[in-house]
Write a protein that binds this ligand. Structure first.
Ligand code: SAM
Ligand code: SF4
Length: 497
């Protein structure tokens, strides 16, 4: 235990020079008054301007704040339909019909912060606290990679000296080390994305060296007065700018796939959407790299956490769909994640509005993958309650019925296709080619290794359609691709382009 000097540990976490070095003058990049102004002056956008904005988005160009504000205010049903059609086309152009699938893995629920909306907050005396040992982590991976067949994880850490960067590095290594026998070949985790509290540049360099995929931190709310109300003073998370500039530090540390997000339901969703776009712009301007992913969790009930059911900013289903649409159009190249916080019907609808990634077989109780084979939820061990606990196989079955292919591709960061490189490839449509090939190869692997209940027929149909498209659209690479595909069918694993 490293908890003896807890106060000192907390005191030393924030490095003010790692905030100010990215700032010009006194102001940060979230111009509160300007956002309110934009939202007011763009309240009644006319149809022809809106159509120009949609056309710009269809060219895979990021939208300006005033254009984003105009989309936020669209109410007219006809225009909303046009927005939906444009969002669908943008997604198709950049990501085709692929859905990337992953699982979250909570490694502990200890935390020194006191976020009012979170079941893990330190004052929640009813939470049963636990941090997984390396042996326990291994057991979780045996289920995730050996039984379910996941290849991609998002590992989640609280802010605590016993879950510091040493623990993060050791746990990520432990995860990558597990190799499980599967029906053919092995099951293993090939991409670990990380959701962790803001780290310093030195710590982020260490994380980068372990071979992580995306580093994800949500600002929760970009509205400063609300942020201060929900994250008590004196806690580490109470420092708005330490969190706001974490992606600058990550990019400086060499992690160039960064994931931003806001927790919707804490403040006015319109303000948060505008801020996410400002955040994306800031990163593009300073580093030439926009966010690899954007997340928009909605506030969910959490055990012994009354704030979650009392917030006056809770977001309705209609508003939530609008959020997805606007972000899809405003940041057309970015990956968009919807999680099992949402219900199955909402997730299904969200896919056609622009979502590119989702989780499945999700358990967020600490140690639950190995400990709760029935998939049950345990409020006193988890951060909030889930809306969709379907298995990966069920979710994939639904996708294949809808004509989508599930991709377990993890080639990007292993081939150096990250950051600016991947942004440029996505904008030009080139990355899509690699992704299409890798989606088929990895989906074939999963179908052959992990299906239990016969979704094979619809899966087979999707695979054959993809192969036919590859043959037609990429005749030059096709022979190489089909050779790799045959090798996978014969039991080889982890081949990628
Ligand atoms: N402790 C780290 C941090 O705060 O950055 C890791 C994050 S936390 C374990 C993952 C995310 O869950 C948070 O950033 C927050 O957006 C979200 N979250 C917290 N409480 C939630 C709730 N009641 N409902 C939905 N999402 C919640
Ligand atoms: Fe801790 Fe993160 Fe929960 Fe806040 S949101 S209490 S920092 S785990």
């Amino acid at each position: 235990m490293k908890t003896q000097n807890l106060d000192q540990w907390i005191e030393e976490r924030i490095k003010p020079e790692e905030i100010t070095k990215y700032m010009t003058g006194e102001n940060d990049f979230i111009p509160q008054e300007e956002i309110f102004r934009q939202l007011i002056v763009n309240k009644e956008p006319d149809k022809s301007r809106l159509r120009d904005i949609l056309a710009k988005s269809l060219e895979i160009k990021s939208l300006e704040p005033d254009e984003t504000a105009a989309l936020i205010h669209v109410q007219d049903p006809e225009l909303l339909e046009e927005m939906k059609a444009a969002a669908f086309k943008v997604k198709k152009k950049v990501y085709d019909n692929r859905i990337v699938t992953f699982a979250p893995l909570y490694l502990g629920n200890e935390c020194v912060n006191n976020c009012l909306y979170c079941g893990f907050r330190k004052d929640n005396a009813l939470m049963k606290r636990r941090i997984l040992s390396m042996e326990e982590i291994k057991k979780e991976i045996e289920v995730l990679a050996g039984k379910i067949g996941h290849k991609r994880l998002i590992v989640v850490y609280g802010e605590h000296p016993d879950m510091d960067v040493d623990y993060m590095v050791a746990s990520i290594k432990a995860i990558y080390d597990v190799k499980m026998p599967a029906r053919h070949g092995i099951g293993n985790i090939r991409r670990v994305n990380v959701n962790a509290p803001p780290l310093s540049v030195e710590e982020l360099k260490r994380l980068h060296a372990t071979g992580i995929g995306t580093y994800q931190v949500f600002q929760e709310t970009y509205h400063r007065p609300t942020y201060e109300k929900l994250h008590p003073k004196g806690t580490i998370k109470g420092d708005y700018r330490w969190r706001l500039y974490v992606m600058h530090r990550a990019l400086e540390a060499g992690i160039d796939d960064v994931g931003i997000g806001a927790l919707f339901g804490l403040y006015d969703w319109r303000y948060e959407v505008m801020s996410l776009v400002y955040h994306g712009w800031e990163l593009e301007k300073k580093f030439g790299i926009g966010p690899h992913t954007v997340s928009f969790p909605r506030l969910e009930p959490a055990y012994n956490t009354p704030y979650t059911t009392h917030s006056r900013y809770r977001v309705s289903d209609e508003e939530f769909k609008k959020i997805i649409l606007v972000i899809r159009l405003a940041l057309p190249y970015t990956g968009m994640i919807i999680t099992a916080r949402e219900s199955a019907p909402m997730r299904r609808e969200a896919i056609s509005l622009g979502i590119t990634q989702t989780d499945a077989s999700t358990q967020i109780g600490v140690g639950s993958y190995a400990g709760r084979a029935d998939g049950g939820q345990e409020g006193d061990k988890q951060q909030f309650f889930l809306g969709d606990t379907r298995s990966l196989e069920e979710v994939i079955g639904e996708f294949t019925e809808m004509g989508y292919i599930t991709s377990f591709c993890t080639a990007g960061y292993r081939c150096g296709r990250t950051g600016k490189c991947i942004m440029d490839l996505l904008r030009s449509g080139t990355e899509g080619k690699f992704c299409k090939l890798n989606a088929v190869l990895t989906f074939r692997e999963w179908v052959d290794d992990f299906t239990q209940n016969g979704i094979k027929e619809s899966a087979e149909k999707v695979i054959q359609r993809e192969i036919a498209e590859i043959k037609e659209q990429m005749p030059r690479i096709y022979p190489k691709f089909i050779a790799a595909y045959e090798r996978i069918k014969n039991g080889e694993r982890d081949l990628y382009f």
